[in-house]
Design a binder for this molecule. Structure first.
Ligand code: SF4
Length: 308
Protein backbone atom coordinates (compact mmCIF):
# COMPACT_ATOMS: atom_id res chain seq x y z
CA UNK A 1 0.00 0.00 0.00
CA UNK A 2 1.21 3.52 -0.82
CA UNK A 3 1.88 5.23 2.54
CA UNK A 4 1.86 8.75 1.03
CA UNK A 5 -1.47 10.52 1.67
CA UNK A 6 -1.52 13.03 -1.24
CA UNK A 7 -1.67 10.48 -4.05
CA UNK A 8 -4.29 8.36 -5.77
CA UNK A 9 -1.88 6.28 -7.82
CA UNK A 10 1.60 4.80 -7.33
CA UNK A 11 3.30 8.18 -6.83
CA UNK A 12 4.91 8.76 -3.46
CA UNK A 13 4.91 12.49 -3.99
CA UNK A 14 2.15 15.03 -4.59
CA UNK A 15 2.00 15.41 -8.35
CA UNK A 16 0.44 18.26 -10.30
CA UNK A 17 -2.00 15.77 -11.83
CA UNK A 18 -3.16 14.90 -8.31
CA UNK A 19 -3.58 18.57 -7.32
CA UNK A 20 -5.46 19.39 -10.53
CA UNK A 21 -7.65 16.33 -10.04
CA UNK A 22 -8.60 17.49 -6.54
CA UNK A 23 -9.68 20.83 -7.95
CA UNK A 24 -11.49 19.28 -10.92
CA UNK A 25 -9.20 21.09 -13.35
CA UNK A 26 -8.39 19.69 -16.78
CA UNK A 27 -5.86 22.30 -17.80
CA UNK A 28 -2.57 22.01 -19.60
CA UNK A 29 0.26 24.48 -19.93
CA UNK A 30 0.26 26.54 -23.11
CA UNK A 31 3.81 27.83 -23.43
CA UNK A 32 4.27 31.33 -24.79
CA UNK A 33 7.06 33.84 -25.31
CA UNK A 34 5.89 37.40 -24.71
CA UNK A 35 9.20 38.91 -25.79
CA UNK A 36 10.33 40.08 -22.37
CA UNK A 37 14.04 40.11 -21.51
CA UNK A 38 15.99 39.59 -18.28
CA UNK A 39 18.03 41.97 -16.07
CA UNK A 40 20.76 39.36 -16.09
CA UNK A 41 21.06 39.63 -19.86
CA UNK A 42 20.45 43.30 -20.65
CA UNK A 43 23.21 44.61 -18.40
CA UNK A 44 21.05 45.79 -15.47
CA UNK A 45 22.26 42.93 -13.27
CA UNK A 46 24.60 41.16 -15.64
CA UNK A 47 25.45 40.47 -19.25
CA UNK A 48 25.16 37.09 -20.87
CA UNK A 49 22.92 35.62 -18.21
CA UNK A 50 23.22 32.51 -16.08
CA UNK A 51 25.93 30.19 -17.41
CA UNK A 52 23.40 27.56 -18.52
CA UNK A 53 20.95 30.05 -20.11
CA UNK A 54 20.32 29.51 -23.80
CA UNK A 55 18.32 32.67 -24.19
CA UNK A 56 15.50 32.60 -21.75
CA UNK A 57 14.63 29.09 -20.57
CA UNK A 58 11.91 29.01 -23.19
CA UNK A 59 12.56 25.67 -24.78
CA UNK A 60 9.21 25.18 -26.50
CA UNK A 61 8.19 28.70 -27.30
CA UNK A 62 7.10 30.26 -30.53
CA UNK A 63 8.93 33.41 -31.64
CA UNK A 64 7.76 36.46 -29.66
CA UNK A 65 6.91 38.20 -32.92
CA UNK A 66 3.75 36.07 -33.03
CA UNK A 67 0.94 37.82 -31.07
CA UNK A 68 0.21 36.26 -27.67
CA UNK A 69 -3.34 35.25 -28.56
CA UNK A 70 -2.14 33.54 -31.75
CA UNK A 71 0.54 31.67 -29.78
CA UNK A 72 -2.14 30.56 -27.33
CA UNK A 73 -4.55 29.51 -30.08
CA UNK A 74 -1.77 27.39 -31.64
CA UNK A 75 -0.98 25.82 -28.28
CA UNK A 76 -4.65 25.10 -27.61
CA UNK A 77 -4.95 23.42 -31.03
CA UNK A 78 -1.96 21.23 -30.15
CA UNK A 79 -3.31 20.34 -26.69
CA UNK A 80 -6.88 19.70 -27.89
CA UNK A 81 -5.72 17.21 -30.53
CA UNK A 82 -5.02 14.95 -27.56
CA UNK A 83 -7.52 16.29 -25.00
CA UNK A 84 -10.49 17.85 -26.86
CA UNK A 85 -12.10 19.30 -23.71
CA UNK A 86 -8.91 20.77 -22.29
CA UNK A 87 -8.42 24.30 -21.08
CA UNK A 88 -5.06 26.03 -20.91
CA UNK A 89 -2.93 27.78 -18.36
CA UNK A 90 -1.05 30.47 -20.29
CA UNK A 91 2.55 29.82 -19.29
CA UNK A 92 4.77 32.86 -19.75
CA UNK A 93 8.00 30.90 -19.73
CA UNK A 94 10.71 32.72 -21.66
CA UNK A 95 13.02 35.12 -19.81
CA UNK A 96 11.71 37.16 -16.83
CA UNK A 97 8.03 37.84 -17.30
CA UNK A 98 7.59 40.63 -14.76
CA UNK A 99 10.63 42.55 -16.03
CA UNK A 100 8.86 45.31 -17.96
CA UNK A 101 6.81 48.43 -17.28
CA UNK A 102 3.37 47.76 -15.81
CA UNK A 103 1.61 48.81 -19.03
CA UNK A 104 3.46 46.07 -20.94
CA UNK A 105 2.72 43.48 -18.28
CA UNK A 106 -0.97 44.40 -18.33
CA UNK A 107 -1.13 44.24 -22.09
CA UNK A 108 0.46 40.74 -22.18
CA UNK A 109 -1.47 39.14 -19.33
CA UNK A 110 -4.84 40.68 -20.23
CA UNK A 111 -4.43 39.50 -23.84
CA UNK A 112 -3.85 35.96 -22.57
CA UNK A 113 -6.92 36.06 -20.34
CA UNK A 114 -9.11 37.17 -23.25
CA UNK A 115 -8.19 34.11 -25.31
CA UNK A 116 -10.89 31.43 -25.44
CA UNK A 117 -9.91 28.36 -23.43
CA UNK A 118 -7.46 30.09 -21.08
CA UNK A 119 -8.37 29.46 -17.44
CA UNK A 120 -5.26 30.68 -15.66
CA UNK A 121 -1.82 32.20 -15.83
CA UNK A 122 1.57 30.88 -14.86
CA UNK A 123 4.20 33.61 -14.86
CA UNK A 124 7.87 32.67 -14.66
CA UNK A 125 10.19 35.35 -13.34
CA UNK A 126 13.01 36.26 -10.98
CA UNK A 127 12.38 37.25 -7.36
CA UNK A 128 14.32 40.48 -7.93
CA UNK A 129 11.91 41.55 -10.70
CA UNK A 130 8.86 42.32 -8.57
CA UNK A 131 8.27 46.06 -8.33
CA UNK A 132 5.56 47.30 -5.92
CA UNK A 133 3.20 48.23 -8.78
CA UNK A 134 3.71 44.81 -10.41
CA UNK A 135 2.97 43.10 -7.09
CA UNK A 136 -0.21 45.12 -6.76
CA UNK A 137 -1.29 44.12 -10.26
CA UNK A 138 -0.45 40.44 -9.64
CA UNK A 139 -2.47 40.64 -6.45
CA UNK A 140 -5.44 41.94 -8.39
CA UNK A 141 -4.97 39.29 -11.12
CA UNK A 142 -5.00 36.68 -8.38
CA UNK A 143 -8.62 37.59 -7.57
CA UNK A 144 -9.64 37.10 -11.20
CA UNK A 145 -7.87 33.97 -12.36
CA UNK A 146 -5.91 30.92 -11.27
CA UNK A 147 -2.49 32.52 -10.94
CA UNK A 148 0.88 30.97 -10.20
CA UNK A 149 4.13 32.91 -10.12
CA UNK A 150 7.17 30.70 -10.79
CA UNK A 151 10.46 31.82 -9.28
CA UNK A 152 13.89 30.52 -10.25
CA UNK A 153 15.89 29.87 -7.11
CA UNK A 154 18.13 27.06 -8.42
CA UNK A 155 20.17 26.94 -5.19
CA UNK A 156 20.02 28.46 -1.72
CA UNK A 157 23.83 28.83 -1.72
CA UNK A 158 25.07 32.31 -2.62
CA UNK A 159 28.53 30.99 -3.47
CA UNK A 160 26.98 28.80 -6.17
CA UNK A 161 24.83 31.73 -7.34
CA UNK A 162 28.08 33.58 -8.04
CA UNK A 163 29.51 30.62 -9.99
CA UNK A 164 26.39 30.33 -12.16
CA UNK A 165 26.08 34.14 -12.47
CA UNK A 166 22.50 34.17 -11.17
CA UNK A 167 22.78 37.84 -10.34
CA UNK A 168 20.79 37.92 -7.12
CA UNK A 169 21.20 36.59 -3.60
CA UNK A 170 19.15 34.16 -1.53
CA UNK A 171 18.08 37.12 0.65
CA UNK A 172 16.68 38.87 -2.44
CA UNK A 173 14.92 35.65 -3.40
CA UNK A 174 13.20 35.36 0.00
CA UNK A 175 12.16 39.02 -0.12
CA UNK A 176 10.40 38.53 -3.47
CA UNK A 177 8.98 35.16 -2.41
CA UNK A 178 7.54 36.60 0.81
CA UNK A 179 6.03 39.57 -1.02
CA UNK A 180 4.07 37.14 -3.23
CA UNK A 181 3.03 34.86 -0.38
CA UNK A 182 1.87 37.82 1.75
CA UNK A 183 -0.53 38.62 -1.09
CA UNK A 184 -1.90 35.08 -1.14
CA UNK A 185 -0.37 34.29 -4.55
CA UNK A 186 0.43 30.69 -5.40
CA UNK A 187 4.22 30.34 -5.85
CA UNK A 188 6.18 27.54 -7.50
CA UNK A 189 9.96 27.53 -7.03
CA UNK A 190 12.49 26.00 -9.42
CA UNK A 191 15.68 24.35 -8.17
CA UNK A 192 18.45 22.76 -10.24
CA UNK A 193 20.54 19.74 -9.33
CA UNK A 194 24.09 19.31 -10.61
CA UNK A 195 25.19 22.95 -10.47
CA UNK A 196 28.98 23.37 -10.66
CA UNK A 197 30.70 23.04 -7.29
CA UNK A 198 27.67 21.62 -5.47
CA UNK A 199 27.71 18.38 -3.50
CA UNK A 200 24.65 16.19 -3.07
CA UNK A 201 24.46 17.42 0.54
CA UNK A 202 24.18 21.01 -0.72
CA UNK A 203 21.39 20.09 -3.14
CA UNK A 204 19.45 18.36 -0.36
CA UNK A 205 20.06 21.37 1.89
CA UNK A 206 18.58 23.69 -0.76
CA UNK A 207 15.44 21.54 -0.78
CA UNK A 208 15.33 21.52 3.02
CA UNK A 209 15.68 25.30 3.30
CA UNK A 210 13.12 25.82 0.55
CA UNK A 211 10.75 23.43 2.31
CA UNK A 212 10.81 25.64 5.41
CA UNK A 213 9.30 28.41 3.26
CA UNK A 214 6.34 26.11 2.46
CA UNK A 215 6.14 26.75 -1.30
CA UNK A 216 2.91 25.76 -3.07
CA UNK A 217 4.87 24.03 -5.82
CA UNK A 218 8.42 22.95 -6.58
CA UNK A 219 10.02 22.08 -9.90
CA UNK A 220 13.20 20.03 -9.61
CA UNK A 221 15.49 20.21 -12.64
CA UNK A 222 18.67 18.53 -13.75
CA UNK A 223 21.34 20.90 -15.04
CA UNK A 224 21.52 20.46 -18.80
CA UNK A 225 24.58 21.39 -20.81
CA UNK A 226 23.10 23.13 -23.84
CA UNK A 227 25.14 23.85 -26.96
CA UNK A 228 26.21 27.47 -27.24
CA UNK A 229 26.06 28.26 -23.51
CA UNK A 230 28.94 29.26 -21.23
CA UNK A 231 28.38 26.03 -19.34
CA UNK A 232 28.98 24.13 -22.57
CA UNK A 233 32.39 25.82 -22.95
CA UNK A 234 33.25 24.85 -19.37
CA UNK A 235 32.09 21.28 -20.07
CA UNK A 236 34.10 21.04 -23.29
CA UNK A 237 37.22 22.13 -21.39
CA UNK A 238 36.64 19.21 -19.01
CA UNK A 239 35.92 21.50 -16.07
CA UNK A 240 32.35 20.37 -15.41
CA UNK A 241 31.17 16.82 -14.78
CA UNK A 242 27.40 16.30 -15.22
CA UNK A 243 25.49 14.15 -12.73
CA UNK A 244 24.97 10.46 -13.37
CA UNK A 245 21.43 9.07 -13.48
CA UNK A 246 22.05 7.19 -10.23
CA UNK A 247 23.29 10.29 -8.38
CA UNK A 248 20.42 12.40 -9.72
CA UNK A 249 17.74 9.91 -8.72
CA UNK A 250 19.25 9.43 -5.26
CA UNK A 251 19.41 13.22 -4.78
CA UNK A 252 15.80 13.77 -5.89
CA UNK A 253 14.54 11.09 -3.50
CA UNK A 254 16.41 12.73 -0.62
CA UNK A 255 15.04 16.13 -1.61
CA UNK A 256 11.48 14.80 -1.70
CA UNK A 257 11.95 13.45 1.81
CA UNK A 258 12.73 16.91 3.22
CA UNK A 259 10.07 18.86 1.31
CA UNK A 260 6.65 19.40 2.93
CA UNK A 261 4.16 16.64 2.00
CA UNK A 262 1.56 19.16 0.83
CA UNK A 263 3.88 20.96 -1.63
CA UNK A 264 3.00 19.98 -5.19
CA UNK A 265 5.92 18.52 -7.12
CA UNK A 266 5.38 19.93 -10.57
CA UNK A 267 8.49 18.55 -12.21
CA UNK A 268 11.12 15.98 -11.33
CA UNK A 269 13.46 16.41 -14.24
CA UNK A 270 14.01 19.02 -16.93
CA UNK A 271 12.93 19.10 -20.56
CA UNK A 272 15.95 20.06 -22.62
CA UNK A 273 15.77 20.53 -26.34
CA UNK A 274 16.87 17.21 -27.80
CA UNK A 275 18.88 18.75 -30.62
CA UNK A 276 20.87 21.16 -28.48
CA UNK A 277 21.39 18.97 -25.42
CA UNK A 278 25.11 18.21 -25.09
CA UNK A 279 25.00 16.38 -21.73
CA UNK A 280 23.95 14.39 -19.83
CA UNK A 281 22.38 12.38 -22.64
CA UNK A 282 20.66 9.91 -20.30
CA UNK A 283 18.24 12.71 -19.41
CA UNK A 284 16.57 12.40 -22.82
CA UNK A 285 14.80 9.29 -21.52
CA UNK A 286 12.42 11.09 -19.20
CA UNK A 287 10.18 8.05 -18.64
CA UNK A 288 13.20 6.08 -17.44
CA UNK A 289 14.22 8.90 -15.06
CA UNK A 290 10.74 9.19 -13.56
CA UNK A 291 10.36 5.41 -13.30
CA UNK A 292 13.73 5.09 -11.56
CA UNK A 293 12.70 7.76 -9.03
CA UNK A 294 9.41 5.94 -8.33
CA UNK A 295 11.29 2.65 -7.92
CA UNK A 296 13.85 4.06 -5.50
CA UNK A 297 11.09 5.60 -3.37
CA UNK A 298 9.53 2.13 -3.09
CA UNK A 299 12.86 0.31 -2.55
CA UNK A 300 13.77 2.70 0.27
CA UNK A 301 10.19 2.64 1.53
CA UNK A 302 10.19 6.40 1.71
CA UNK A 303 8.04 9.29 0.43
CA UNK A 304 7.76 13.07 0.10
CA UNK A 305 7.83 14.77 3.48
CA UNK A 306 8.98 11.71 5.47
CA UNK A 307 11.84 13.73 6.97
CA UNK A 308 10.18 17.14 6.85
S1 SF4 B 1 17.35 34.36 -14.99
FE1 SF4 B 1 16.56 33.00 -16.59
S2 SF4 B 1 16.41 34.24 -18.46
FE2 SF4 B 1 17.71 35.36 -16.98
S3 SF4 B 1 19.80 34.77 -17.52
FE3 SF4 B 1 19.14 33.36 -15.91
S4 SF4 B 1 18.26 31.58 -16.99
FE4 SF4 B 1 18.44 33.27 -18.49
Amino acid sequence: MNPFPYSNDNKRYKSLAYENGLQGIKAYKAVIDAGFTCPNIDGTKGIGGCIYCDGGSGYFTAPPTIPIQKQLANELDRIRKKFPEAQAIAYFQAHSNTYAPLTELRSAFEAALLQEGVCGLSIATRADCLLPESLEYLSELNTRTRLTVELGLQTSFDETAVIINRGHSFAEFTEGYNALKERGIRVTVHIINGLPGESVEMMVETARILGQLRPDGVKIHLLHVILGTKLCDIYERGEYLPMSLEAYVDTVVRQLEVLPPETTIERLTGDGERETLRAPLWSRDKIRVLGTIDKLLVDKNTWQGRLF
